[in-house]
Design a protein around this ligand. Structure first.
Ligand code: AMP
Length: 274
């Protein structure tokens, strides 16, 4: 991987990296196409990173299909699909981690201890291995995007971070490899995340400003759908993720909801003055 990148860099070409855990869907492919527009060469990494999963999480069950992913990446014009093995990334004796302390605390960080430490560590490793000029991340994982931007800034990394909008199914469900866990009935319930975001946007347009009041309404709305369990509903500042009580400026509404065994996330920035 390094030799290829060094050669491409020597030839003066720009490299874009799209880090993924595979089982590609249209969201991943959109990031790859964006990368292609922004750089000469596109590298997609496919690595189900064990250190970002908690002990009770779905590492073993995480969906995988390397042949299909390789075909889709090739059809999308990806130059390199980089698929390191766990033993190569974390050989015996591995003990160095990187942590973006504050941005990793709220939201998913509070519910998944160690998750963002695992993400930041693997992304830094991937940057060092692939040496991209830029990297594309999806805004579905909004907190991850902020954590990576902070990592780059704080450690003086020479990578430009590009955020890509959330890609959705026709009924609004944000695409996710984890959607494959949903039964047909759960799949119908899963639209409640996006519908909750739209409901909140509508309420803010109507003039509602109290976040706790909205949390209560959204919570009732989500729980009216079968098989749902709320992990969090949070209104936060889109830059530092600090809690917002009164929606008087653009505010990130972030949701994490279990639908059956699938933990789904979604988010939207609500703009009170639009
Ligand atoms: P994953 O394979 O789920 O770790 O995702 C790899 C990258 O694709 C991350 O930057 C995600 O934020 C991004 N991504 C996943 N799903 C979507 C989506 N529905 N829309 C936009 N980006 C996405």
């Amino acid at each position: 991987m390094r030799a290829w990148s060094d050669r491409v860099r020597r030839e003066g070409e720009r490299i874009a990296l799209v880090p993924t855990m595979g089982y590609f869907h249209e969201g991943h492919l959109a990031l790859m196409r964006r990368a292609k527009e922004l750089a000469d060469k596109v590298v997609v990494s496919l690595f189900v990173n064990p250190i970002q999963f908690g002990p009770q999480e779905d590492l073993a069950a995480y969906p995988r299909d390397l042949n299909r992913d390789a075909r889709l990446a090739e059809e999308t014009g990806v130059d390199v699909l980089f698929v390191p093995q766990v033993e190569e990334m974390y050989p015996p004796g591995f003990q160095t981690f990187v942590e973006v302390t504050e941005l990793s605390k709220p939201l998913c960080g509070a519910k998944r201890p160690g998750h963002f430490r695992g993400v930041a560590t693997v992304v830094l490793k991937l940057f060092n291995i692939v040496r991209p000029h830029l990297a594309v991340f999806g805004l579905k994982d909004y907190q991850q995007y902020l954590v990576i931007k902070r990592l780059v800034k704080d450690l003086n990394l020479e990578v430009e971070i590009v955020g890509h909008p959330i890609v959705r199914e026709e009924d609004g469900l944000a695409m996710s490899s984890r959607n494959t866990y949903l039964s047909p009935e759960e799949r119908r319930s899963a639209t409640c995340l996006y519908k909750a975001l739209l409901l909140a946007r509508e309420r803010v347009r109507e003039g509602v400003r109290e976040a706790p009041k909205l949390v209560e309404e959204l919570s009732r709305f989500i729980l009216s759908h079968p098989h749902t369990k709320i992990d969090y509903i949070s209104f936060v500042d889109p830059e530092d993720l600090s809690p917002v009580e009164e929606i008087s400026k653009p505010t990130l509404l972030a949701l994490a909801v279990f639908v059956g065994r699938a933990r789904l996330i979604d988010n939207m920035i609500l703009e009170p003055n639009k």
